[in-house]
Design a protein around this ligand. Structure first.
Ligand code: ATP
Ligand code: MG
Length: 426
């Protein structure tokens, strides 16, 4: 016997028993983002490694430790760890920045070589939404309103919104110096990760999950108190808009993003229902990114939602509609019937394109076939037997009510099926 080959660690199969939840989420998302005027854009899963280095920053965990990078011939390539870099690259390489503004979304797999655990995988999926050419704060508020509406449509209640502003990169410089000075004066108490961040990415220390650092971080200078006047006004207007829409939020001055290109608005939806992987949707404004990638300077904001984590919330909340069962199960019995069954059912599928037919394939005794019919959930069975076919009819049998079976001429089957499925009232 050959050795069994397993899936790659941290990469999951989505099984048929789970796919209903994914499809419910995906179709709800599609409808919703379209209703806000967002258009889908599909970008490659593989990009040049230097795109991510430049867009995300070499000092981030994602780029320094988590990328799936490889060489093909001359090319240095990477499986995308997030979608924003590729979306911006596509806007630039397709000449889309001159001209209208863009409201875009995409959904798909992302890859990060992290330690796999519940809610944290090496291949995971994100919904990514980007609004390009908008300076906000109106669009920032609309994106937040759209995510709040998504939670309502999905029946998800255990989520909370946090907001913060990072100011502009200039105003951040002064704050950054203050912060570095503060942490330097407590350097002995910092952990290794934070010491490393002190050099390149000190704001990220605020985001540390190490409980021993909690107190030092709590007493650190607060970013929102060092905003430039314009960023202050932008943030106040955003908060007012979010409040007027009726969405609850808290300002979390320690909310910073791991990615370097953010400016002004950052937001995050977290949940208390998933344990320590509590972020379900994270977003922010990245006014500096597109010019940093060589495009015309263009303000933009976006967010990424972790699909696996939202799926888990849906499973916990049991708010997923039941999968749609077959409408008609076709029992097939006898040689002539086997030869004719597919032909008859194909014709019925032409006549009733919205109905679901499940044909008993591969034979089997009458009793076994009716057990399958029962499991299929179909309310109606057709019985294609040699005896019936020789008389030019098919037997029609309701499965979920007591009324008995009756013969129906083959030519009238479609009408009879439709009437039976609509029920006496229809
Ligand atoms: P975290 O703090 O959970 O590591 P992050 O800051 O790395 O999140 P982002 O890069 O902002 O996450 O990605 C947006 C969302 O994608 C997260 O809020 C989360 O829901 C989801 N996500 C990120 N990494 C993973 C992963 N390895 N597995 C599953 N979902 C993930
Ligand atoms: Mg992470």
């Amino acid at each position: 016997m050959s050795e069994v080959i397993q899936a790659v660690r941290g990469m999951n199969d989505v099984l048929p028993a789970e796919i209903g939840t994914w499809q419910f989420l995906e179709s709800t998302v599609r409808e919703l983002v379209s209703s806000y005027g967002f258009q889908e854009m599909r970008v490659p899963v593989v990009e040049e490694t230097r795109l991510f280095k430049r867009a995300i920053g070499e000092l981030t965990d994602v780029v320094s430790k988590e990328m799936y990078s490889f060489e093909m011939g001359e090319e240095q390539l990477t499986l995308r760890p997030e979608a924003t870099a590729g979306m911006c690259r596509a806007l630039i390489s397709n000449g889309m920045l001159r001209g209208p503004r863009h409201k875009l979304w995409c959904i798909g797999p992302m890859f990060r070589h992290e330690k796999p655990q519940k809610g944290r995988y090496r291949q995971f999926h994100q919904l990514d939404v980007e609004a390009v050419g908008f300076a906000g704060p109106d669009i920032d508020a609309e994106l937040i309103a759209m995510t709040a509406r998504l939670w309502r449509q999905l029946g998800i209640t255990r989520v909370k919104l946090q907001l913060n502003s990072l100011g502009t990169s200039e105003s951040r410089k002064a704050y950054r110096e203050l912060l570095v000075a503060y942490f330097r004066s407590h350097e002995a108490k910092l952990d290794e990760d934070s010491k490393r961040r002190l050099e390149g990415n000190p704001l990220r220390i605020l985001d540390s999950k190490n409980p021993e650092l909690r107190e030092i971080i709590a007493r650190a200078p607060v970013l929102t108190e060092h905003l430039d006047a314009e960023s202050r006004a932008h943030f106040d207007a955003l908060c007012a808009a979010v409040k007027s829409i009726g969405i609850d939020y808290v300002v979390n001055p320690r909310l910073v993003r791991g990615l370097d290109y953010y400016s002004r608005t950052v937001f995050e939806w977290t949940t208390d229902a998933l344990g320590s992987q509590d972020a379900v949707c994270a977003g922010g404004r990245y006014d500096g990114l597109i010019s940093h990638l060589g495009g015309d300077a263009t303000p933009a904001i976006g967010f990424a939602m972790g699909i696996e984590r939202v799926v888990e919330l849906l499973v916990q909340g049991q708010s997923v509609p039941a999968p749609r069962a077959a409408d008609v199960f076709v029992v097939v019995s006898g040689e002539q019937a086997v030869a004719q069954a597919l032909k008859i059912v194909e014709r019925l599928r032409n006549e009733l394109p919205n109905r679901r037919f499940e044909v008993n394939l591969g034979g089997g005794k009458f009793k076994a076939q009716f057990q399958r019919a029962d499991r299929s959930g179909a309310p109606l069975a057709l019985i294609l037997g040699d005896d019936e076919l020789s008389r030019g009819v098919v037997a029609v049998k309701p499965l979920r009510q007591e009324s008995g079976q009756s013969d129906c001429p083959i030519d009238e089957l479609a009408a009879r099926i439709e009437a039976a499925l609509r029920g006496p009232g229809g």
